[in-house]
Design a protein around this ligand. Structure first.
Ligand code: AMP
Ligand code: ZN
Ligand code: ZN
Length: 405
């Protein structure tokens, strides 16, 4: 009698545990109160092993790690805004660091004067998604966080003033300070951006010891952040996500395709050289001339925009030229070769364009290497942690589930 009762209880417990284990992650509730997302520009997936990054290694031990797949093109503005909106560049409006908008009749450029025109930014950045649902956002330098988009901005943001940027230490400390604000003003969505090791990678190429120096410099900032979270006793309340926008590969002035060697200026209205290069032809006949003149060139892919392979998710935007020229890894398209030794922008499937990803905190598994995923899925992940409803996006929560407890 007694043992039958025992067995029944045991069976009931086992069944209950099985049900809990089988619960979809989305039905579980997030445990963190705060989420901090840190981007280290151009931090390639293999830099930790290549150069040593002890603090990222600590996160890997105490959390999850993988290599993340950028969106095409693998450049800074398109990808930071893809991370923020969950939309690929073709849908988020920033189809490259520079582009021509044939309807606005304006050039957008990373270094240009008109970046504050809200018409350039499509979709809803996560800080707006959060604030619309009552969660305050504090953002230090994330691309586009300083602009009024859809009528909103993060409660706390900093204009990216190149001549007057906070030191890495100061921006890290400012990020930690968010966590000590009075509760009614305290952000729960926190984002931070570092412009290295991208810069060192461009100037010196990804294999230079100078890149290693910058890798360790930003890694130290991650250590400073972790230590600050620990000192505040918040390890069980903060999910920390560390990632990058794209990787880096070596380039050389010899690996250059010059459009003017093949096409005539009277065939197009606009050409925005870069990776990829967008050409807006004068008319249908000119378009055929451009296409026929360029399609056989080695080391570049030449497409009519509607024929771009589906996996690149590129070509539906009016800001993509009607002819697109995308170089193979390490090649450039332009009239002059870059003076840099490294760059990015190439296909996301290229290993060297992929980025580091590390995350730790109460919602993440410990010491687990998870499968690769696309960076647009960061948006639904962060929405889940914050318990908010995501806006329509290109990400997939299923992709990030394996990292969650
Ligand atoms: P790129 O390597 O050309 O894709 O762009 C990287 C550069 O963009 C960095 O070195 C930064 O100086 C610059 N950058 C990053 N964020 C911003 C921003 N919010 N506004 C203007 N420039 C930025
Ligand atoms: Zn970048
Ligand atoms: Zn760069």
């Amino acid at each position: 009698m007694h043992s039958t009762f025992h067995r029944a209880v045991k069976t009931a417990i086992i069944v209950l545990l099985a049900i809990i284990a089988a619960l979809p992650v989305s039905a579980k509730r997030p445990k963190a109160k705060y989420v901090i997302v840190v981007s280290m520009d151009g931090f390639r997936y293999d830099y930790p092993e290549k150069y040593g990054a002890p603090n990222l290694d600590k996160i890997a031990l105490n959390g999850v790690s993988t290599d993340m797949i950028p969106s095409f093109p693998s450049s800074t503005f398109p990808n930071h805004y893809a991370l923020a909106t969950g939309l690929v560049p073709d849908h988020n409006g920033l189809v490259n660091n520079s582009f021509w908008d044939p309807d606005l009749k304006e050039y957008y450029s990373l270094s240009g004067p008109n970046k504050d025109n809200p018409a350039f930014y499509l979709g809803e950045p996560i800080w707006n998604t959060a604030q619309r649902q009552g969660i305050i956002a504090g953002v230090n330098y994330w691309v586009s966080s300083e602009y009024l988009i859809g009528g909103g901005r993060p409660r706390y943001y900093r204009p990216y003033d190149n001549d007057n940027l906070l030191s890495f230490e100061a921006r890290t400390d400012s990020t930690l300070a968010f966590l000590s604000m009075p509760k009614k003003d305290r952000p729960r969505l926190i984002m931070l951006y570092f412009d290295e090791p991208d810069h060192a990678g461009h100037v010196n190429g990804p294999d230079s010891p100078l890149v290693g120096e910058q890798v360790r410099r930003v890694d130290e900032m991650i250590g400073r952040l972790r230590e600050g979270i620990r000192r505040k006793g918040l390890q069980k309340k903060v999910d920390l996500i560390v990632l990058a926008d794209h990787g880096m590969t070596e380039i050389s002035p010899e690996r250059l395709v010059k459009p003017s060697d093949y096409i005539k200026a009277e065939w197009y209205d606009h050409i925005v050289t870069g990776i990829p290069t967008s050409i807006f032809s004068k008319d249908a006949a000119c378009r055929d001339s451009i296409y026929n003149a360029m399609k056989g060139i080695e080391h570049v892919h030449v497409w009519k925009k509607e024929e771009i392979p589906a996996e690149l998710n590129y070509g539906s935007s009016n800001r993509v030229g009607d002819i697109v020229v995308a170089p193979d890894l390490g090649w450039q398209v332009g009239e002059f070769p870059s003076r840099n030794k490294g760059t990015h922008g190439f296909f996301p499937s290229e290993r060297e364009m992929q980025t580091v990803f590390r995350a730790e905190g109460p919602d993440f598994k410990k010491n687990v290497r998870i499968p690769q995923f696309r960076n647009v899925s960061i948006y639904p992940l962060v929405c889940w942690i914050l318990g908010i409803e995501p806006a329509p996006n290109d990400g997939d929560f299923e992709e990030v589930k394996p990292m969650l407890r």
